[in-house]
Design a protein around this ligand. Structure first.
Ligand SMILES: *[C@@H]1O[C@H](CO)[C@@H](O)[C@H](O)[C@H]1NC(C)=O
Ligand SMILES: *[C@@H]1O[C@H](CO)[C@@H](O)[C@H](O)[C@H]1NC(C)=O
Ligand SMILES: *[C@@H]1O[C@H](CO)[C@@H](O)[C@H](O)[C@H]1NC(C)=O
Ligand SMILES: *[C@@H]1O[C@H](CO)[C@@H](O)[C@H](O)[C@H]1NC(C)=O
Ligand SMILES: *[C@@H]1O[C@H](CO)[C@@H](O)[C@H](O)[C@H]1NC(C)=O
Ligand SMILES: *[C@@H]1O[C@H](CO)[C@@H](O)[C@H](O)[C@H]1NC(C)=O
Ligand SMILES: *[C@@H]1O[C@H](CO)[C@@H](O)[C@H](O)[C@H]1NC(C)=O
Ligand SMILES: *[C@@H]1O[C@H](CO)[C@@H](O)[C@H](O)[C@H]1NC(C)=O
Ligand SMILES: *[C@@H]1O[C@H](CO)[C@@H](O)[C@H](O)[C@H]1NC(C)=O
Ligand SMILES: *[C@@H]1O[C@H](CO)[C@@H](O)[C@H](O)[C@H]1NC(C)=O
Length: 501
């Protein structure tokens, strides 16, 4: 027994050493493209109240670093893309950067990594030749300051540099980047640093025009026959996030690099967008994505290719950034608004000590948007008949008669059934035409049964965690490149193959 345990322990330890990080954790990106940026001490107060222990900054702002000192919070600082030219051209400038932005604050600020640029290879390919020199010069400076043991150098990549990423086993890095990526992977290998990757299932889903099921992007359970199977490895993929991370592992393996861990420097889901062009940027989907992500990462489930190997992950992002240009959703990736009010409540029961505690259980069961009306009607009939829901309030003249649509009536009945069943798992399904939401569907005089539908976000009675979670900012907005097209087409083939089975 003891021996077995010991062997197991050594294996775990080996995995931890190979993968070079302190196990599973969730961090948050802190972007500051806001019309009114909270004071650094307000930011750290929020971080502490949410038990956020890992953050990434998009620069190395001295006031922010001062506020982070002696908090125990681990910090990734960044070299903004605009500074690459100077640093990549001069050892002395790099040394100066490290002296001012890192050495001056360490160890009071527990700086764990320097992110050199942001998605340089895809966003600013003309700066690509400067990337390796900048990373090397910064590494030289860390070595000279005897900080290289504590601080790693890497650079966040867009997942769009990985081509053919579905199925993951066929993924490879865009070959025209080899001249940078091959030496970079050697560098990461020799310094024990992670490959930093930004992973956006939201964009993969959006670009796929329905090929990627929303459930697959949101880590929702899929029927077994809808799971994506990698035909080469027979690995089953139940979510886009794992598939992208494994695509990175396979792309590295293609270049013979198998011992560089992946760190996800950005991922998330917008909670609001333009209703006509971004209908899936909703609080419910953002809650579902981030809650499931956190559970997935904290459980050290790993990926199908590397089970039980933690993937440290930074959520994008702490605050909504109201001055970001671009589509509406660009401004709404935050877990909080700029006053620190949660944008929505995460549902994290069972994921331990982190971020927003889900203590609310305030969920409702509603008709799925766009569900087939015939199936809705059948489910409604079932709920009001064999399901034993009291549907009298749906009769003409009763409070929930209006609007007289099958969606509205089904929503009432589904929710009543769901609450009647104690919101047990599987009780909001109705052949897939029902979904759980945190938004109270009550309207006018039609007040929904079950738990009282007061706002989840206003209550001071909620645990510390209800003022939830994470943030960041950054380069997540490149899209529409050829690689994603390739990806979508491959995904389409993959999924249609599955459907034929
Ligand atoms: C800084 O973070 C590293 C990595 O998580 C950890 O091992 C170390 O103990 C921390 N140092 C301090 C002073 O908290
Ligand atoms: C850069 O500086 C480091 C020490 O800071 C030194 O070891 C290295 O040789 C220098 N490299 C160049 C190209 O000047
Ligand atoms: C990877 O290893 C194989 C077999 O040793 C070799 O043929 C190939 O050239 C290597 N590829 C790279 C990019 O180093
Ligand atoms: C955590 O991982 C274990 C083993 O991999 C699995 O059985 C369990 O369902 C997971 N829990 C959650 C909440 O994902
Ligand atoms: C979450 O809730 C539990 C139980 O109420 C509590 O013990 C724990 O400290 C809370 N965690 C956070 C981060 O607030
Ligand atoms: C939330 O629901 C779960 C399962 O239904 C239950 O175990 C837990 O006690 C509930 N928590 C609260 C705060 O009501
Ligand atoms: C909800 O709260 C209102 C006002 O506090 C109260 O009148 C009503 O009875 C409550 N409904 C339920 C179902 O608890
Ligand atoms: C929160 O409370 C404020 C003031 O009491 C109210 O105006 C606002 O509508 C509430 N928010 C929600 C989501 O109910
Ligand atoms: C949660 O946020 C509200 C509104 O910003 C604030 O009044 C309250 O003090 C916060 N609670 C905690 C525990 O941080
Ligand atoms: C590969 O990278 C090159 C150089 O950045 C770029 O021009 C090209 O479009 C990329 N190819 C694909 C398929 O993304």
């Amino acid at each position: 027994m003891r021996k077995l345990f010991f062997v197991y322990f050594v294996l775990l330890l080996a995995a931890a050493v190979v993968h070079g990080e302190d196990g599973a954790y969730i961090g948050v990106n802190i972007g500051t493209a806001m019309s009114s940026v909270p004071a650094p001490t307000q930011i750290t107060t929020l971080l502490r109240s949410q038990n956020i222990r890992h953050v990434r900054l998009y620069d190395a702002d001295p006031a922010m670093l001062a506020a982070l000192s002696n908090t125990g919070i681990r910090v990734i600082v960044s070299v903004p893309n605009e500074q690459l030219l100077a640093i990549g051209n001069s050892n002395a400038t790099a040394a100066n950067w490290v002296a001012r932005n890192v050495a001056a604050h360490f160890p009071a600020v527990n700086i764990t990594a320097i992110a050199v640029g942001s998605e340089v290879l895809s966003a600013q390919p003309n700066a690509a030749p400067l990337l390796m020199p900048a990373m090397r010069y910064l590494q030289n400076a860390l070595v000279a300051a005897a900080l290289d043991r504590y601080i790693k150098i890497s650079t966040p990549h867009s997942s769009s540099i990985i081509l053919d990423s579905f199925p993951p086993s066929q993924a490879f890095f865009n070959r025209s980047l080899d001249s940078v990526l091959v030496p970079m992977l050697k560098f990461l290998q020799s310094t024990g640093s992670p490959l930093m990757l930004n992973v956006y299932p939201y964009y993969d889903y959006m670009r796929s025009n329905g090929v990627i099921p929303l459930d697959y992007a949101l880590f929702r359970p899929l029927p077994a026959n809808k799971e994506a199977v990698d035909a080469n490895t027979l690995l089953h993929y139940t979510n886009v996030f794992d598939a992208v991370v494994d695509a990175a592992y396979f792309a590295m393996a293609y270049l013979n690099v198998t011992n560089v861990p992946v760190m996800v420097t950005e991922t998330g889901w917008p909670h609001k967008g333009d209703p006509s062009s971004e209908p899936d940027a909703t609080s419910d989907n953002a809650d579902t994505y981030n809650s499931n992500l956190i559970r997935h990462v904290m459980n050290s489930t790993g990926t199908p290719k590397h089970p039980r190997v933690a993937v440290p992950t930074y959520i994008y992002e702490l605050y909504d950034e109201d001055t970001r240009p671009g589509s509406t959703s660009e401004k709404y990736w935050g877990l909080f608004d700029m006053n620190g009010v949660p944008a929505y409540t995460l549902h994290l029961t069972g994921s331990g000590v982190l971020l927003a505690n889900d203590t609310t259980n305030q969920t409702y069961c509603v008709a799925r948007e766009g569900a087939d009306p015939k199936m809705l009607q059948a489910a409604l009939d079932w709920a009001c008949g064999p399901g034993k829901v009291d549907c009298s309030v749906l009769m003409q003249g009763q409070p929930c008669y209006d609007p007289d649509t099958v969606e509205a009536h089904a929503t009432y009945a589904f929710n009543a059934y769901y609450h009647g069943m104690g919101m047990g798992s599987g009780t909001c399904y109705f052949s897939g035409v029902a979904v759980v939401t945190t938004t109270d569907p009550s309207h006018g005089s039609c007040v929904y049964g079950g738990k009282n539908g007061t706002s989840l976000m206003n209550g001071t009675s909620l645990a510390p965690s209800s003022n939830s979670t994470e943030g960041g900012s950054g380069a997540h907005r490149e899209f529409g490149d050829v690689s994603s097209l390739v990806r979508i087409v491959s995904a389409a083939l993959l999924f249609s193959a599955l459907l034929l089975l």
